[in-house]
Design a protein around this ligand. Structure first.
Ligand code: GTP
Length: 345
């Protein structure tokens, strides 16, 4: 006579690390066999046994309840056998894996082969000895726990990778996108604007007389000013695709998709106003008591000849013009004016 399963040390050792209550879907057409197997499964520590007698209810339960393991009879009443059910189950969980053990009175090599081909993981010949059932269950639980841990690890790895990618493109002082991120995003936005026939604005900003600020107040204070400018730039970039980046030492670059020339000038004046209102002290600026910046603007609807290099060159030339015209202003070649002239009109 078989030894009852609850006498066996089934839930000990490594298996106990899988705290998750285990659910088994049992697909067997003969009610008496099904009842006996369900009983043995419960004795072996299965928290819930879902029962089905043929293909359709089995697939419905599989979809609805997502069991941890399936015990599947090969011969089922109706049009579909267990092989067919296993194939449908595999299709229902792309990228997932629920262990499927076939049950059958057949024990030919070909039957075992067909079961594995159909997506099964193991094969039990009926009548199933309780100790064999318990051993298979234990092995599957162990695999299941290992897979859960792997999935968890892979999720953690994915999150860590995302964080790493963000860090690679982040300037540690200001928290803005760094030069590497800027290059990538500008390239992407040029392609998008070309596709959408939309205007794209690039603004290069440079703090005025920042060397004098460093010399007068010290580098620590200089760094604090750069951080504050970073906050102002973040505040002014309100639209989701606007990007503020630290281009270099005291140079910043703004990528403004869907922003036409006139809109870019308005944006620049708002930025100048916001920085003035912030009142970051500059102890040695010939312009005035607070920190100011100059900016070069270029706006275009990109065509085949537009590249990140040509846009940066144009913005840089415009920045040079803004500096040459007295600083504390933005210049746009396309508008042929700076923000001071614009204010007067
Ligand atoms: N505190 C600090 N200073 C920096 C950093 N990066 C660059 N700088 C300083 O920024 C200053 C830039 O000086 P310049 O290129 O001469 O320009 P400027 O003094 O701002 O003059 P204009 O641009 O012509 O108005 C240099 O003194 C750099 O040392 C940084 O991360 N922290």
């Amino acid at each position: 006579m078989s030894r009852p399963l609850n006498d066996l040390p089934l839930e000990t050792g490594q298996d106990s690390s899988d705290e998750h209550p285990f659910t088994v879907l049992l697909v067997e057409d003969l009610a008496s066999v099904r009842a006996a197997l369900a009983n043995e499964l419960r004795r072996a520590g299965v928290a819930e046994v879902l029962e089905a007698s043929d293909a359709d209810p089995a697939l419905r339960l599989f979809k609805l309840r997502r069991p941890d393991m399936v015990l599947l009879d090969i011969r089922l009443p109706g049009a579909h056998d267990g092989y067919w059910v296993a194939q449908r189950m595999r299709e229902l969980e792309p990228g997932g894996w629920t262990p499927i053990i076939f049950l059958s009175g057949l024990d030919g090599d070909l039957d075992v082969w067909r079961g594995i081909e159909a997506g099964g993981d193991d094969y039990l010949v009926k009548p199933v000895k309780p100790i064999v059932l318990a051993a298979k269950l234990r092995a599957m639980r162990r695999l299941h726990a290992m897979r859960r841990r792997l999935v968890m690890l892979s999720d953690e790895l994915h999150v860590a990778n995302q964080r790493l990618n963000e860090m690679v493109e982040m300037d540690p002082l200001t928290g803005l996108v760094n030069r590497r991120g800027f290059d990538r995003i500008l390239h992407t936005e040029i392609l998008a604007a070309r596709r959408e026939h939309a205007p794209l604005t690039l603004m290069l900003c440079d703090l005025d007389h920042f060397k004098r600020l460093n010399d007068a107040a010290g580098h620590v204070e200089g760094d604090a000013c750069l951080r504050e400018v970073g906050r102002v730039l973040r505040e002014v970039c309100v639209r989701p695709r606007d990007v503020a980046s630290r281009y270099g030492g005291e140079e910043f670059a703004l990528i403004l998709p869907n922003t036409p020339r006139a809109g870019a000038m308005t944006f620049a004046r708002a930025l100048g106003g916001l920085l003035r209102a912030r009142g970051i002290e500059h102890p040695d600026s010939p312009i005035g008591p607070v920190l100011t910046l100059s900016g070069g603007i270029t706006t275009c609807v990109p065509d085949d000849t537009t590249s990140a290099v040509t846009m940066v060159m144009r913005a840089d030339e415009a920045l040079y013009a803004a500096k040459a015209q007295g600083r504390n202003r933005f210049f746009s070649f396309e508008m042929q004016m700076d923000t001071i002239e614009q204010r007067k009109r």
